[in-house]
Write a new protein. Sequence first.
Length: 440
Amino acid sequence: MMPRLFWKLFLALWTSIMVFVVVTAWVNATLSRQNIPDPPEVAFARNIDKAEMMIGSALRRDGPEGARRIIHELPRPVRNHLYLFDESGREVLGRERVRRHVDGPGAHQERRRLRDRSGRDWELVLLRRTPPARFLEPGDRGIALRLLLAAVFSAGISWVLARSLARPLESLGAASRRLAEGDLAARVGPPLDARKDEFGTLARDLDAMAGRLQESQQANLRLLRDVSHELRSPLARQRVALELARGRAGEGATRELDRIELESERLETLVDQVLDLLRESSGSAPFEPENFDLAALLSDLADTVSWELPEGAPGLQLDLPESLPVNADRELVWRAVENVLRNAVLHSDPAEPIELAALARDGLLELAVRDRGPGIPEAQLGRIFDPFTRVEDARDRSSGGHGLGLAIAAAAVRRHRGGIEARNRPGGGLEILMRLPVTA
């Protein structure tokens, strides 16, 4: 399917060419009718007939010399269509060489017998104009055919020009969309980047920008990975020291030690989440798709998450088919849905159920998690899948987490070449929709 830009360019070019052709044809036709009362073929035939009468009269009155003089004085366009031959085949102006063309097949001619004053016979050959092709003939029909021919040629030219402009823009747009979706390895590449015009310059600049962004991302990922790994050893030693301190301090320092242990666990959880995010974002974790029943997996996941709901809460409301066979990485799908569900548990109204739905439609698997929390400001909807992003109203750790759960879910979805989006629900709450091309 051609992009809309192609058709806009094509119609603009074609319309402008056709307007110019139509206006030019109208002006020429108008001026022709004003300056030439008769059509060209009528005026030509009248001149030929007049010249024939003059040659016949001169031949009868003055003989060959008079006829030669009359023919020689005729205008060239008329003279080249009149030939006077004697009985031996000599032409009065010495133009015997044209005889084979005059007698050749397909010549449009008329022959008249004339007699001079001495009684000798002469042959006057009148060469008529070849009837023009239909698209060249004068009149409205000829103009209409010429306009039709111009429309066909201008459509071909406009098609080529529009395609030469739309195709580079299409390649640039595809690369920029991949970059916007987080694929920093996207490049415009050949043959567009080898062009010497503005499109080639723009393609090279876009590839250079993508390269710098990718290098910056890789540097940030290396930094986070190194820092996270370096934190693991101090955290492990801290846990050992904490247990030793708990045994020596007795009951007097229990409260303080419990607080230290809680913060240590939170820090360890943060390190684990950072490493998970790095593993998914960099693609270093193995991607192992397999055939399994997604409905059964989601049911098990719902049972696991339900243990974290407050007592008396309505729990999870499932809308799943009896069986939903898919081909995907089981661990990645579990991790993606689990993080979205835990995010819903953190922010939803405890008195309202959290909905988990799944269905296969148009070759895509759609997973939806819906809560009845405060929702998210529209201006921040596009940012909640970025690492360490928390909504302004939920920045405290007790409710907002570290801002990594949804980023991990988005990375897992992207590993499946799928998409994830969030939107506010009517009446309050948030819906997170995941689409995965993994139906079996």
